[in-house]
Design a protein around this ligand. Structure first.
Ligand SMILES: CC(C)(COP(=O)(O)OP(=O)(O)OC[C@H]1O[C@@H](n2cnc3c(N)ncnc32)[C@H](O)[C@@H]1OP(=O)(O)O)[C@@H](O)C(=O)NCCC(=O)NCCS
Length: 200
């Protein structure tokens, strides 16, 4: 994936070379993220643990089933936000889930929205997906806020859906579906790809 440049950030696919920056991001945001994430095992935040995970996930990324994104403010080395597109499904589904967070020091500045807007643009326009799903704890009003501002709609409420901070927790299920124009562009892309495939 080519880097995506937004007004304030540059977004790239996370690679093993990002391990140190991801370790620093997860360490300095551990308290900020822990209420909303699974319990992390001992050593989870270390650079070597990040390196191992990124290398282990590389096959999933190559297969197009997973896309971890990291965002940095222009000309900064530190990661300011992350957005992970997971469970990318093709065929008749053309969907994925998205998980995200912003550095605590940059919360409430619209950075997450800016990064997610670009990530969603990539998911719908470049990847041709039809649906992006995001789930949040009922009390996670900040997550709900950014999602609804970006056009996500609640689709359901799942009981005991994910084990967060060691406890099975209900989640609000939300999704954004591709606009008709984007879907048409995606269909055009698929037709072009099919035509090229036949020529080759
Ligand atoms: C959920 C989370 C990503 C939301 O981040 P956020 O910074 O609140 O989201 P946004 O980028 O949409 O920022 C919105 C705020 O920035 C303000 N803002 C300031 N400048 C802005 C700008 N240029 N553009 C847009 N909004 C701007 C908005 O007014 C809004 O303020 P408010 O929260 O006081 O109403 C963040 O709280 C987080 O990382 N939480 C921990 C992890 C988590 O819960 N992840 C989601 C799991 S489902």
């Amino acid at each position: 994936m080519q880097p995506i440049r937004t007004e304030r950030t540059t977004i790239t696919a996370a690679i093993p070379a990002d391990s140190a920056a991801l370790a620093r991001y997860s360490v300095r945001n551990a308290d900020h993220l822990s209420p909303w994430e699974p319990e992390r095992p001992e050593g989870w935040h270390s650079e070597s643990a990040w390196y191992t995970r990124l290398v282990a996930n590389a096959a999933e990324v190559r297969a197009g089933r997973y896309l971890p994104l990291v965002a940095r403010l222009h000309d900064e080395t530190e990661i300011v936000a992350v957005a992970n597109l997971s469970n990318i499904a093709r065929g008749v589904f053309q969907a994925c889930s998205i998980g995200f967070s912003v550095d605590a020091a940059h919360e409430g500045q619209g950075v997450m929205r800016e990064v997610l807007e670009a990530a969603l643009g990539h998911a719908f326009s470049e990847m041709g997906l039809n649906r992006v799903m995001a789930n949040h704890l009922p009390e996670n009003t900040r997550a709900a806020g950014v999602l609804y501002r970006l056009g996500f709609e609640q689709e359901g409420y799942a009981r005991r859906y994910l084990k967060i901070a060691g406890v099975w927790r209900d989640h609000v299920l939300t999704a954004r579906v591709a606009s008709q124009e984007a879907a048409a562009a995606g269909a055009e892309g698929v037709r072009e790809a099919a035509a090229t495939a036949r020529v080759v």
